[in-house]
Design a protein around this ligand. Structure first.
Ligand code: PEP
Length: 245
């Protein structure tokens, strides 16, 4: 089971220090993996604060080259260098706001894996595709075009665009259907069993239902991961699920 916290462009140094105090007081389980994706500037800071805990840190994006004249970009090598284990690639906010297409996402993922990072590759349909009944086809195309050949030790995050930050989530049947579909396609592409996370308005109230869905191996949490109390409640729900409490 995997709980990923995407802080996006939120939380400054002082808030991160406060957050880390709650993490220090918490008893983590070796059954549930936690990874936090802070703003790039604080990855190193957070990593040092949680060095004694079983928590990984990761980047929210990386470039497809290891170095070069790319002002404002971050190399996967640098993320690895400062202790990142994971990197999120193809988040819908980057696809939409930074015009990253499937080919970019494929190159960035490939480069990250070559730098020995584990990728969380995000896919997700818009409300238009969902309403037209084209969600399954859309995700299939997105996976075929954005999964690199060397995809290993990595995960897929299914994040419907219309669910991110909106409080609206697909029905449990829709999530199950999509995760089953993704599991088949990604197995076909990679010949491996790849873990699939659900992301989109996950919170303390819906986490248990979501984790009970077949083929949901964890969650990628945005807004609800900004408060330590909520993040840890979500983590605790995953631990309970693992032990079948
Ligand atoms: C996200 O940005 O990946 C996300 C899932 O956000 P939220 O949980 O706020 O919907």
């Amino acid at each position: 089971m995997f709980i990923a916290a995407n802080w996006k462009m939120n939380l400054d140094k002082k808030s991160i220090l406060e957050f880390s105090k709650h993490l220090q007081e918490f008893k983590f389980s070796n059954k549930v993996k936690a990874c936090i994706f802070p703003p790039m500037t604080y990855i190193d800071y957070l990593n040092n604060l949680v060095a004694n805990l079983p928590i990984s840190v990761g980047g929210q994006n990386c470039h497809f080259n290891f170095s070069g004249a790319y002002t404002g970009e971050v190399s996967p090598i640098f993320l690895k260098d400062i202790g990142c284990e994971y990197v999120i690639v193809g988040h819908s906010e980057r696809r939409t706001l930074n015009n990253e297409n499937d080919y970019d996402v494929m190159l960035r993922s490939q480069s990250a894996i070559n730098a020995n990072l584990k990728v969380i590759l995000c896919v997700g349909e818009s409300l238009v595709e969902r309403k037209k009944g084209e969600a399954l086809n859309f995700i299939e195309k997105q996976l075929l075009a954005s999964t690199p050949k060397n995809f290993e030790n990595s995960l897929i995050a299914y994040e419907p665009l219309w669910s991110i930050g909106t409080g609206n989530i697909p029905s449990m049947t829709e999530i199950q259907e999509m995760h089953e579909h993704i599991a088949q396609i990604i197995n076909h592409i990679t010949n491996k069993k790849i873990k699939i996370l659900y992301g989109g308005s996950v919170n303390v109230d819906n986490i248990t239902d979501i984790l009970n869905i077949k083929n949901v191996d964890g969650v990628l949490v945005g807004g609800a991961s900004l408060k330590a109390k909520d993040f840890l409640a979500i983590y605790t729900a995953a631990v309970k699920k693992t032990y079948n409490f």
